[in-house]
Write a protein that binds this ligand. Structure first.
Ligand code: GLV
Length: 326
């Protein structure tokens, strides 16, 4: 039996390749950068599996070109690049990589939070510039993190990992989510629930951890920024489109909020020029980018693919209904 043919839009890591090699015949995209769309559409024509990054849209246009496709395995936890309903309609299993990146992403939300509060980007630029003349009492004074109130919007695995880190900073942690966890979880994590508007008014730092869904697109709009404290900071490591970027720029320009730490943007890799300001720390979507975590993500995607082609249920299938009919 020939092995099923798979296209991977990245060279992945050796450990992931080893997982795949036993049961799949994989063609890897190993050139620098992301493959052009035409290349992906060409590659999927004959393939039964696709391993892709969040830069590839798995939509009707792609699925139409891929009549033999049985699985689209995303190397990411967020899967807003995948039209899961379209996959289901065509009997294609869609998978993601939940669980392995929570702590790493939480670390990075904190990296942004501390960097923007303590003006690290400005300080580093000054330190490297050769223009640093002397220590001064009011030089690059930022704002304290310790003892402040952290508001977490979206209290899933990553939001909770962010909350756990706050206790060392003696912070009060409040959260909002459509689904409230059991009381024991709130107690254990020492967090209090707030309705969104109360959280906006009370928080010194707001860290966003919701997935991008129709109901969370543009969640942070002008009225939300108006409700925030003028001394508060917005941290976003979720998806750029959860924030209305033009409204954020307006809020920063008019001093409605104090600053932002951003890893994600509405139209990546484009970054709204109005965000390139001293009180905004910008990162290029790297919250999960530790070697340990990215390796695990690639392995999980590989395991999902191997599971499907060896007659097992892919552990992270998003549309299990397709498995029943195949
Ligand atoms: C990264 O943004 C991911 O969704 O895994």
């Amino acid at each position: 039996m020939p092995k099923p043919k798979v296209f991977a839009t990245h060279g992945l890591f050796d450990v992931a390749r080893q997982i795949l090699q036993k049961s799949c015949d994989v063609q890897y995209w190993t050139k620098p950068g992301r493959p052009p769309r035409e290349e992906v559409l060409q590659q999927v024509k004959e393939k039964e599996g696709l391993i892709c990054l969040l830069t590839e849209k798995v939509n009707e246009d792609l699925l139409r070109e891929a009549p033999n496709l049985r699985i689209a395995a995303n190397v990411a936890v967020g899967f807003d690049n995948i039209d899961v309903a379209a996959c289901t309609k065509r009997g294609v299993a869609a998978t993601n990589t939940p669980g392995v990146l929570d702590e790493t992403t939480a670390d990075f939300a904190w990296t942004l939070l501390m960097a923007v509060a303590r003006r690290l980007s400005e300080g580093e630029a000054l330190a490297r510039s050769g223009n640093w003349k002397n220590w001064d009492l009011d030089q690059l004074v930022g704002t304290d993190v310790w003892g402040k109130t952290l508001g977490i919007v979206g209290f899933g695995r990553i939001g909770r990992a962010v909350a756990r880190r706050a206790s060392g900073f003696q912070m009060k942690v409040i959260y909002t989510d459509a689904v409230r966890p059991a009381e024991e979880v709130e107690k254990e994590l020492k967090v209090e629930f707030r309705e969104m508007n109360a959280l906006l008014a009370e928080s010194d730092f707001i860290s966003v951890h919701v997935p991008l869904l129709p109901e969370t697109r543009g969640l942070f709009d002008s009225p939300k920024f108006y409700r925030m404290k003028p001394t508060a900071f917005l941290i976003n490591t979720s998806r750029g489109s959860v924030v209305d970027e033009a409204a954020l720029v307006a809020a920063l320009e008019s001093g409605k909020i104090a600053g932002a730490g951003l890893d994600v943007y509405e139209n990546e890799p484009f970054i709204h020029p109005g965000l390139k300001r001293a009180n905004v720390v910008l990162a290029p979507h790297i919250a999960s980018a530790s070697l340990e975590t990215r390796t695990k993500m690639a392995c999980i995607a590989a395991e999902n693919v191997v599971a499907l082609f060896t007659g097992k249920r892919p552990p992270n299938v998003l549309n299990p209904e397709v498995l029943k009919v195949s």
